[in-house]
Every structure is written in structure tokens, then in C-alpha cells.
Design a protein around this ligand. Sequence first.
Ligand SMILES: [Zn+2]
Length: 207
Amino acid sequence: MSSFSRYVIGFSLMLVLSACTLTADTLHNPISSARSRATPLHFGVYVTPDNGPITPPEQFIGFHAGTDYEITADELESDVPVFAICSGEIRYSGFTQGYGGLIAQHCTILKESVTVLYGHLALDTLPDLGSAVQAGNKIGLLASARSNDSGGNRKHLHLGIHRSNSSDFRGYVQSKQELADYIDPETVLPSFPLFGSTLAPYWQELE
Ligand SMILES: [Zn+2]
């Protein structure tokens, strides 16, 4: 092989590696199979108790300030782990109206200081306040459907990224303008979009 060929191959490899590093070194998907999981309740969708992409519809009114990851039927009764999407400190860990179990984590995403919200988690699986977690660390399990820990909701993960270091934990906002205070998770996570969701969502009420 000529030294020129070696140079071209080496340079190409370097380009590929740096591209991977730029996109994948900081953020981790918050749930397994994130690429194929159904996420019908996208960022910015307006919902009311009578209207929305979820069955039965969400009890909330407003513009969805995050992304919801749905479970499969198989996961209704099994443990579904949630992972930190970034590295940073846990600033809130406990019960919050509407969410049940909620974690708020301080992170820097795209050089911006943000608060990442993970909602509808089982309270006894949450990390301690003040603990430092790394991207990809397991930080809890999804709460059971229609339980106190899920805030009475279906079993699913609400992921929100608020553009501040505050304790604004809203999952819905009442005006489109306020959505600008949040980052759409689908624009920064490595999970979107590839082939679209292939796992059927499961959100029925428990009998
Ligand atoms: Zn949500």
C-alpha cells in the first residue's frame, strides 16, 4: 500500500471517528430500544382530555414540553430501567403532582445549562438528592400503570429538557411561546430518527 493510500485511509478513519464523537459522546438514550420504541406524544403536541395521540387521552391540557416513551405489552408487569441521558447532579428526587416519581438532573447539553426531567418513576428506585450520575447510569424504574408513583398515568417515561437551572418542573405549557424554554429531546438524543417506531405501544388501563 502506498503511503498516500495509508494517508487517505487514516484521514477518513479520523473523520468518521470525530463525527461519532461529536454526536454520541455526551448523550445516552433514556430507555432501552429507544430507536424502535413508540413516541406518539412528541414535543410540542397540544393535548386535551378529549384529544391527543394516547388512548385513553392524557388528563392534561397544554403543549407537551417533552417526549413520551411508551412501553410494550411485555413490559407492563416487568422492570423497565431508565438511564441518565447526560452526566450531572440530581437536583430533585421525589414525588411531584402529575408525575408521581420525578427526577430533575442538572446537565450541560450543547453548552447550555439545562434541567432534565424524568417523570413517572417508581419512588423507591430513585437516586439520592445530590448524587452525581454519569450518562448511561441507571437512575430508576418506570412506575406501575395507574399507581401513585406514576401520578395515576399509564406506564411510560416523560423526558423533558428545560433550558435553565431552575425548579420549573412543568411537563406541559399553556402557550407555544413557552415551548422555547425547552429543548426537544428528539433533536439532541442519538435515538432519533432512524427507521421510525416498530414496537407497538401499550397504554391500556389495568382492569
Ligand atoms: Zn409526557
